[in-house]
Write a protein that binds this ligand. Sequence first.
Ligand SMILES: Nc1ncnc2c1ncn2[C@@H]1O[C@H](COP(=O)(O)OP(=O)(O)OP(=O)(O)O)[C@@H](O)[C@H]1O
Ligand SMILES: [Mg+2]
Length: 240
Amino acid sequence: MLEVKDLSKTYKDVQALNHVHLTLKEGVYALLGPNGSGKSTLMNLICQQLKPTTGKILWNQQEISKLGHDYYKILGYAPQLQGLYEEMSGLRFLTYMALLKDIPKKDIDAEVQRVAKLVNMQEHLTKKCRAYSGGMKQRLLVAQALLGNPQLLLFDEPTAGLDPKERVSLRKVFAKLSKHHILLIATHVVSDVETIAEEIIFLKKGEVVNIGCVNALFEEYHQSSLEDVYLELFGDDEDV
Ligand SMILES: Nc1ncnc2c1ncn2[C@@H]1O[C@H](COP(=O)(O)OP(=O)(O)OP(=O)(O)O)[C@@H](O)[C@H]1O
Ligand SMILES: [Mg+2]
């Protein structure tokens, strides 16, 4: 279980997150909100790329800052920006990431093939990353997050650049993982999460403005699609 308690983050004069509380158990949690609402900041805090200004994050009641390297065995993260090593092949990239994750050498080949298969990349692994389409790069990023089968998975806009077929296939991967993992998915594509999310977390200017399951949100806003709920919450905002 991941608990976010009274989490705030300020960059110089920008309050990017403001007193956020969350409890995440198994399942898919969707993080929705306009550009600049704090989605990536929250993810970067959970994966310890950033330090909170105030508040804390607990994994099974322990502060993540005190878990040291063990935390990285629990965590898989696919960042929003594609930091791929362009001259490496997909195979080398995944192998390299598996080494960084301390996966035993004897298991690496099988593990790389397992995650590549999950995102349908096994046939493209020998090509260099620079030759991949945006969608293929995105799938490779998702694959590296799955190495070692971590319990907590953070995906920051994982379907950006994917065509509808790839999008549906990734959604199926997420749905399958949701039974035994915690997935936090930031996205602008509401349909990616509408049918698979346990809870939708709406962020606005760094604050959680609503959180609930899809059906409860439909009832509360008298809507029948998540996109309409989103528009009701954010439609009037010219800016965040
Ligand atoms: N390194 C930084 N330094 C200063 N301000 C930052 C930094 N990173 C983010 N911000 C600001 O913090 C706020 C939240 O940004 P964040 O990237 O978390 O939003 P987001 O919801 O992920 O947006 P998007 O949908 O565009 O990815 C924005 O106002 C942004 O300009
Ligand atoms: Mg972002």
